[in-house]
Design a protein around this ligand. Structure first.
Ligand SMILES: C[S@@+](CC[C@H](N)C(=O)[O-])C[C@H]1O[C@@H](n2cnc3c(N)ncnc32)[C@H](O)[C@@H]1O
Length: 168
C-alpha cells in the first residue's frame, strides 16, 4: 500500500476475498509527466499534457485502424492504489461516500478510464491528450470513442433534479 493513501475519518475498509475471479494482461505502459500522485491532474480535462500509450510489441497489430478515431477510451490499472476501501472521505467533500459513487483510484479493481484525444500513432506509440495517471501506469485496453453510444446527457443530479457536474 502506498503511504499516499492515508486513512481518513469516516472511511471504511474491508477484508478482500483471498482469490481472484479473472486474470488480465497489461498491454503496455502509459508515459506521462507525473511521478507523484499529488502532481497528477484529477482528471484528463485539467491538463494539456501530451502522454504516450506505449503498447507492447505483441499487441501492435491491434493498433491497425485506430487512426480512424479522433478520440479513444483508455482503460488503465491504478497500480499504486489500495483496493480495500468501500467508503471514502474525498478531500474536499462533506462526509464519506461509497467507493462506487467516486472516481477515486482506490477501489476493489483499480481500473481507471479516460476519454482522450488521439494525436498520433508511431509504431507502438500512441500519443494522446487527456490523461491523469502516473508515469508507468499499466495499460489495460484502448477502444474507439463513439459520440453516438458513449455521449449521454445527464450524470449527477442535485435534489431538484438539475444536472450538475459532480456530487459536491
Ligand atoms: C481521480 S482518478 C481518475 C482516474 C480516471 N480518469 C477515472 O475516472 O477512472 C485520478 C487520480 O488517480 C491518482 N493516480 C494516478 N495514477 C495512479 C496510479 N497508477 N496508481 C494510483 N493512483 C493513481 C492521481 O491522484 C490522479 O489524480
Amino acid at each position: 500500500m502506498s503511504d499516499e493513501f492515508g486513512r481518513r475519518e469516516g472511511e471504511e475498509a474491508i477484508v478482500l476475498p483471498e482469490t481472484f475471479d479473472a486474470g488480465l494482461h497489461f498491454i503496455g505502459r502509459i508515459r506521462t509527466p507525473w511521478s507523484r500522485r499529488s502532481e497528477c491532474p484529477k482528471n484528463g480535462t485539467q491538463t494539456n499534457a501530451i502522454c504516450t500509450l506505449e503498447v507492447d510489441p505483441l499487441y501492435v497489430p491491434a493498433l491497425q485502424n485506430v487512426d480512424g478515431a479522433s478520440h479513444l477510451i483508455v482503460l488503465y490499472w491504478m497500480h499504486r492504489s489500495v483496493r480495500d476501501l468501500v467508503r471514502q472521505q474525498p478531500r474536499h467533500a462533506e462526509g464519506s461516500r461509497g467507493t462506487f459513487s467516486l472516481r477515486s483510484p482506490a477501489r476493489p479493481n483499480p481500473i481507471a478510464v479516460s476519454v482522450v484525444e488521439r494525436l498520433g500513432i508511431d509504431g507502438a506509440e500512441v500519443s494522446v491528450r487527456g490523461l491523469d495517471c502516473l508515469d508507468g501506469t499499466p495499460l489495460l485496453d484502448i477502444k474507439p470513442y463513439y459520440v453516438s453510444t458513449d455521449c449521454r446527457p445527464g450524470g449527477w443530479v442535485d435534489r431538484a433534479g438539475t444536472s450538475v457536474t459532480s456530487p459536491r
